[in-house]
Design a protein around this ligand. Structure first.
Ligand SMILES: *[C@@H]1O[C@H](CO)[C@@H](O)[C@H](O)[C@H]1NC(C)=O
Length: 351
């Protein structure tokens, strides 16, 4: 049993023993407060958490690195990517390395900003969740992970000022509680440009801002922006009979970096983040081919431990799921328009 776990058991025992009587007996109340304070300061000392946060952290989750609550499980991340993310060799190449190198630094010069680009269903959310799960013990339930969806959290263009204020307050508040906070911004392409300006200062090479150090935080941006361009590049490779794995970063990244997508809204936010080099990695998610979707279906079947009467039966079901998807180009039916997105729901219909 780790020391911090032992502490929590101790505190719980005290709570159980003393709490019921504490309202009547002043001595027990004093003892209770005394013991709680003592335990709390011990924990504060032990974990390095801010004092006002200690009791809470102690009962639930703590901003302590080194494995107990926050720490990268590098091997597992690599394994997860290998076993469940298909057709994305560039993602494999960049993501683990980027996170690993960043987390390793005791004193990074700026917050890590990753920008994931690609069509829906190519795995952007999937990978961002995977990072979270392998970095925080509590995974997606971690209180240090914050997830924002443009159309859900910031829908109205005329409230931008309020959103901006809120967002800055939240980022500041949360990073003061835990420097190793992680923020995911989904649907970046639908985000009002003014909001991006609110995030910008936190990504910059500031030493500290209002006494808060933001340089250990991680920001992940997800967007469809550039998806069209990525699809186009991948299709060109396919047309020329070249292996998609031969697509290199230099074939794609310049377009993402310039924000030169010819897509109405996407260029906006990019321009403002890019001109100061605030995004560290642009990560392209390629459109998935039918064979990759097949792998997704297989992985889903395995994850759910589905059983079939025969392997023919299994193949028949996989084929009918694949048949229901739409593909582009229309005639050749090579790339799945929705990637692996609807796989789970479609599988439900067929079993
Ligand atoms: C942390 O962020 C959440 C939104 O994810 C917000 O509701 C909360 O108030 C923030 N906490 C602080 C202390 O600012």
């Amino acid at each position: 049993m780790s020391a911090s776990k032992m502490f929590s058991v101790l505190l719980l025992v005290h709570l159980l023993l003393l709490a019921p009587s504490s309202s009547i007996e002043p001595i027990s109340t004093a003892a209770f407060i005394g013991v709680t304070t003592a335990v709390t300061s011990l924990v504060t000392y032990y974990t390095g958490a801010k004092p006002h946060f200690a009791v809470f952290c102690y009962m639930w989750e703590c901003c302590a690195e080194g494995g107990n609550y926050i720490g990268l499980n590098e091997d597992q991340l690599e394994k997860d990517l290998k076993e469940t993310l298909f057709g994305q060799h560039l993602v494999h190449k960049i993501v683990v390395k980027a996170i690993k190198n960043f987390v390793k630094k005791p004193n990074p010069s700026k917050a890590l900003a990753l920008s994931f680009h690609g069509w829906s269903g190519t795995g952007k959310n999937f990978v961002s969740n995977m990072i979270v799960k392998n970095l925080y013990k509590q995974g997606l339930n971690s209180i240090f992970v914050h997830y924002f969806v443009a159309t859900k959290h910031f829908p109205h263009a005329d409230h931008v000022q309020k959103y901006k204020d809120d967002l800055q307050k939240w980022i500041q508040g949360n990073v003061s509680l835990c420097q190793r906070s992680l923020f995911v911004f989904d649907e970046m392409d639908k985000m009002h440009p003014g909001l991006i300006d609110a995030i910008k200062p936190f990504l910059d090479f500031h030493i500290v801002l209002d006494n808060v150090n933001y340089r250990k935080s991680i920001f992940i941006f997800l967007s469809n922006a550039g998806g069209m361009k990525i699809n186009h590049i991948t299709m060109e490779f396919w047309k020329e009979g070249k292996d998609r794995e031969s697509i290199r970063m230099v074939d794609v990244e310049p377009f993402l970096q310039m924000g030169a997508f010819n897509e109405k809204t996407s260029g906006f936010w990019h321009a403002s983040l890019i001109d100061k080099h605030l995004v560290d990695f642009f990560v392209p998610f390629l459109p998935l081919e039918q064979r990759h979707v097949r792998m997704c279906i297989n992985a889903e079947i395995e994850a759910r431990r589905l059983e079939f009467t025969s392997s023919e039966e299994k193949e028949r079901i996989i084929d009918s799921v694949l048949d229901e998807m739409t593909y582009f180009p229309h005639l050749e039916r090579i790339f799945a328009s929705m990637g692996c997105k609807a796989v789970s729901a479609k599988l439900d219909v067929h079993i």
